[in-house]
Write a protein that binds this ligand. Structure first.
Ligand code: NI
Length: 187
């Protein structure tokens, strides 16, 4: 396994459409292993193959927020159903340091193949749903800042927003946007 270089905004590969994976051969499984390693190293929520310069429809996602969790691998992912609406301050490993408010469905159903080529389906909600949408957008050359409502915010501004929200949240068991803001910051 190896950590691959993450392409940054401005690199042409990020704006191209990725091709479906045909046969899951050794090259593909090697790429998946490297993407998982790269995602963990970057402490991210999700990573799409074009972000490491490969135009294949593969994404890896870890929206669990748990230390040491194994990312979910989705090959040729498709959103087959969506419902509701939510907005998060999303960030991107290919656009470090900036965050923006993006509207997404609250829940999506994603159909894909796993790394063994078996059909899988996930009902994703909350941050998992955000990450699925964000990463599948990467496969079509779309970046989160194309969809941002309002302006982009720096990491420092997001930190200050989180502090204010934490002050406002008098009860810890209240639905807390702070947590979501922090979690979504690395999609
Ligand atoms: Ni991204």
């Amino acid at each position: 396994m190896a950590i691959r270089m993450i392409c940054k905004d401005g690199e042409a590969v990020l704006r191209k459409k990725s091709k479906p994976v045909g046969r899951i051969n050794d090259r593909v499984t090697q790429l998946i292993d490297d993407m998982v390693e790269t995602l963990k190293d970057a402490n991210g929520v999700g990573l799409a193959a074009p972000q490491v310069g490969i135009l294949k429809r593969i994404i890896v996602i870890d929206a669990s927020g748990e230390e040491g969790a194994e990312p979910i691998v989705l090959i040729n992912p498709e959103i087959t159903a969506r419902s509701g609406a939510q907005s998060y301050y999303e960030g991107c490993l290919s656009f470090p340091g900036y965050y923006g408010d993006v509207g997404r469905p609250e829940a999506v159903t994603v159909a894909a193949l796993d790394r063994n080529g078996a059909r899988v389906e996930y009902d994703a909600e909350g941050l998992f749903a955000v990450a699925c949408c964000h990463e599948i957008d990467h496969l079509d050359g779309v970046m989160f800042m194309d969809k941002v409502k309002g302006r982009l915010y720096s990491a420092e501004e997001i930190r200050q927003m989180r502090e204010k929200e934490a002050e406002k949240a008098d009860k810890p068991d209240k639905p807390d946007k702070t947590e979501k803001t922090e979690a979504a910051a690395k999609a």
